[in-house]
Design a protein around this ligand. Sequence first.
Ligand SMILES: [Zn+2]
Ligand SMILES: [Zn+2]
Ligand SMILES: [Zn+2]
Length: 709
Amino acid sequence: MSKDLVIVESPAKARTVGQFLGNKFDVKASMGHVRDLPRRSIGVEIDENGFKPKYTVSSDKKKVVSELKKAAADAGTVYLATDPDREGEAISWHLIEAAKIDLDKTKRVVFHEITKSAVEEAFANTRNIDTDLVNAQQARRVLDRLVGYRLSPVLWSKIKRGTSAGRVQSVALRMVVDRYREISSFVPVEYWQIDGLFKSEDLKSEFLAGLHTINGKRDKFALASRGDTEDLLRDLENAKYVISSYETSLSRRRPSPPFITSTLQQEASRRLRFSASRTMTIAQQLYEGNVRNAEGESVGLITYMRTDSTNVSDVALKEVSTYIKKRYGEEYALPKPRVFSRTVRGAQEAHEAIRPTSFTRWPDSLKDQLDRDQFRLYELIWNRMVSSQMADALFDRTVIDVDSKGTVTGNDYVFRATGSVPKFDGFRIVYTEGRDDGPAEDQDDSILPLFQKGASLVGEKISPDQKFTEPPPKFTEASLIRNLENEGIGRPSTYATIIGTIQDRDYVRRERGRFEPTKLGIAVTDFLMQHFTDIMDVGFTADMEKRLDDIAEGLVRWNPMLKDFYTPFDEAVETAKSEAERVPRDKIDEESDEVCEVCERPMVIRGGRNGRFIACTGFPECKNTKPLTIGIACPECKMGELAERKSKRGIFFGCTNYPDCNFAVNTKPLDESCPMCAGILLPSGRENARCSSKECGFRGAIEELEPVK
Ligand SMILES: [Zn+2]
Ligand SMILES: [Zn+2]
Ligand SMILES: [Zn+2]
């Protein structure tokens, strides 16, 4: 009897799935997508009947397709076990089409975790290919192709050769540019904060309280100048202080829900400094079971990593509850599971949160089988899931109000102090979510002394503090993903690509972990905003994403949806081609201090295939160029200087004496030099520095370094 064939995407997944199925099945990998739109042409036929994608099997996929075709012809049933989302559905459909597999003998198998029970259950509940999911994926692919292919020539002729734009990433770029402008045009506003140090009459206890209201009104800008503040101090000079309210109440903090794709990317960025794409690569390894246990068996350690659902299966909830009781005690467990509500788009795709597949595989037991990054990500996923089903953390929160009357004006002043004392750590024993900006919430944990209402106080010291309002912070990778998600742009499968693309194209750069647009990025954004308002509109893009979801749910047909989009877009392209003015060079080139030693014209920074370099503005008359050095001597050959370069793996800083000297580092060195060996220091996280020399091994806080003279 002929064997049944199972097709998955990758060899690692094939191996793991194969173990569970035994030798009645032949498991093969498609190595990702087998068909796609052609590389060298638009690949979409557009006529009155609509949009027809012309998929081709690329030359590197021909072999695998013919192998699968043969295997499928010989097989009994062909099980298509690609990933459980639109992209996975589309891969299966393309497989059927490309390898000409007899539809009647195919079955679609969907599982969200690669474990024995999940795989067996999926094989007992097969279905047909879901055409709606496939069409949603086709619509996205065609849409992105049309936008990219039609916009590129416009950008090439109006801005610069080699520039390109994409449907979703252009809006993401716009967010970075908007934020940058908001920061550049920000005008700080002065205000004053008043703190009072109050003591009990016996002077034995004291606490700090901030001025909260004046005549019952809370206004940050009530004291707008030093003059206002001096008036206030005079008013309070002989004032009396009385505790008008002393209240303690129980407050609780809830744990965060288990991870979905966007929150995993954000938290891995904040805590582990992983880029979104790195997080996804490692998560995929954990999901596919790219890890073997002592017996040589592999198993998927986490559920599928592309998801926007916080659901957790009943089995997993039961298991985690048992684990919590055993590991932390009854009081840390919940009487019944906590449910996190979240509207999930595309109900038939709704799967599960990202969580460990078993709560018997605690992180430390896997330390020997996982590499450092796999371990750290697994531990993060583990802690987040476990904490999400643990008891609330409890605090005693105390608020003290101190009343006073101005002796000059008769104004009513209220000072307020808040403090909280942890009462029960609950989920916080395992995990608390990191933050992008601002102080950690733990800073509120001050203990206030006991007082009776009505007690008189001694106003020991009233101290004014000059402040200025601050602009919003630049985006980090984490905060940009959060923003995209909040605006309804991008989906679990696309965040990492969006973030990667705007950096690869040199539209934004990262300085100390924060995004800043380049001049080219700003020029592209301004050009697109002027000529392609829809594409650059956040609401419009969010609506397109929603319509793709509607296609996946079978509510909207994909071809008419494309037509609705394409007709006005096509007009905008034609108008821009004929009417848009060319963006002048000085709007794209970054200024430099260098003057050309050949022709004495100023030089500018330009981008090229191998990274940025310094070029003469006299080009093409004068072709003088120089590497973009960063003012740091090469620590190895001591002759060259470090200059910015670019490879396939991103930007790096290498010696100008290359190829004679091979010294290179992947992150931009700090201006300070190593206090131990005078070598090069690299940032390590946001606050620390480490020496680039392994022999030296210096590590320390950036703040404590000596500035270079
Ligand atoms: Zn020159
Ligand atoms: Zn060197
Ligand atoms: Zn050193």
